[in-house]
Design a protein around this ligand. Structure first.
Ligand code: GZL
Length: 347
């Protein structure tokens, strides 16, 4: 959607504010001796009439992440009236902070941040605020002293995702006649400190606390990747194979666990010994679910681009967006899935 006349006026106002903010920032940074000697660029390269949107992405660690990046790229196109900047932090917060500082010096109109972990953002977001650049947080949340350091957040209710998994597990065990069995759970944890990890772990731990016959027998760090999960689950299977459920905090971790189970000759999935629970509902996860290798895949919608654009257009029109915007999500079991449905989802 091409911005209207009023949005151009707001942007010019924004840029004047940005230039002033940057002038102060560059003088203070220069005087403090830790700034570069080159003149601070106070304007992006964006040709006139385009809104510059600069995205700091966590990395490319999972299929979910790739879909999230693609959603932003396909939303903020030149045809839609945007100049889009993108940096992949390779999972490192220090890379994101450097990227944000570069965006601030470029004087972009908007910063979009997917924070690898929740803490450590106050200082750089103060700099963005001083430069007059609104920050929209997506996916994971930030834990900052001053909530005004970000304008809005778009993402999922991760604890609810975990609770959904626990409610499904209770019903599934009931159907299987295992409601009173001792249930041993292996927990494959996502990136420690990520909001998605904090929420999904809380959902699991609350579910276990509510069932005295359920027990988490081990927590291993899968880091949201197939390779790391394969490594840590393979190691654990050398110690014990007395496992009823493997709770994987994303699809790539579920695929890593499945790879380790295959090598150990352990059956898993629909109506088998080991129940596999996963999160994200990306195509790779849903394919495994449809064939019965994953019992439950809880959706985590990565398509944040359109919601972020709604927020930016509200700001351009001088309106105040909601602080928090939750994406719609559901869950999938093998009986719910077809090739057509998976194809239709686009990620
Ligand atoms: C969830 C997101 C998580 C995904 C993983 O919103 O933060 O990070 O569940 C991704 O696949 O790596």
């Amino acid at each position: 959607m091409i911005p209207t006349e009023s949005t151009n006026k707001n942007r010019i106002k924004n840029r004047i504010r940005t230039a002033a903010g940057l002038a102060i920032l560059s003088i203070s940074v220069f005087l403090s001796g830790c700034g570069s000697s080159t003149m601070v660029q106070t304007e992006t390269e964006a040709s006139d009439g385009l809104i510059s949107v600069a995205f700091s992405e966590v990395g490319a660690e999972s299929d979910w992440r790739v879909a999230n990046s693609e959603s932003m790229r396909t939303t903020f196109t030149t045809e839609n009236g945007y100049e889009f900047y993108f940096e992949d932090a390779k999972g490192k917060q220090e890379n994101q902070i450097t990227t944000l500082r570069n965006y601030i010096l470029q004087g972009v109109d908007y910063i979009v941040l997917d924070p690898v972990i929740e803490t450590g953002w106050d200082e750089v977001l103060e700099e963005a605020k001083d430069a007059g650049i609104p920050v929209i947080v997506v996916d994971r949340m930030i834990d900052v002293e001053d909530e005004d350091l970000y304008t809005a957040w778009v993402g999922s209710d991760f604890q609810k995702e975990g609770e959904t998994a626990m409610e499904w597990l209770e019903d599934y065990l009931e159907e299987q006649g295992r409601a009173d069995d001792e249930i041993k759970i292996l927990h494959v944890v996502g990136t420690l400190g990520a909001t998605s990890q904090i929420g999904r772990t809380a959902g699991l731990e609350d579910g276990v606390a509510a069932h005295e016959n359920w027990e988490i027998i081990a927590q291993v760090q899968g880091e949201y990747t197939q390779a790391k999960t394969y490594e840590v689950v393979s190691e654990l299977l050398k110690e014990t194979q007395d496992i009823d459920v493997i709770y994987c905090e994303n699809d790539n971790s579920a695929l890593g666990a499945i790879q380790a189970l295959d090598e150990a000759g352990i059956s898993y999935g629909a109506d088998k010994d080991v129940i596999i629970i996963s999160f994200d509902a990306t195509a790779v996860g849903l394919e495994a679910c449809m064939e019965g290798s994953i019992n439950l895949d809880v959706e985590c919608n990565p398509l944040h681009g359109p919601l972020v654009e709604e927020i930016i257009l509200q700001l351009e029109a001088g309106e105040t967006p909601e602080k928090l915007a939750y994406v719609e999500e559901t869950y999938f079991t093998p009986d719910m899935l077809t090739e057509e449905l998976i194809e239709s989802r686009g990620y």
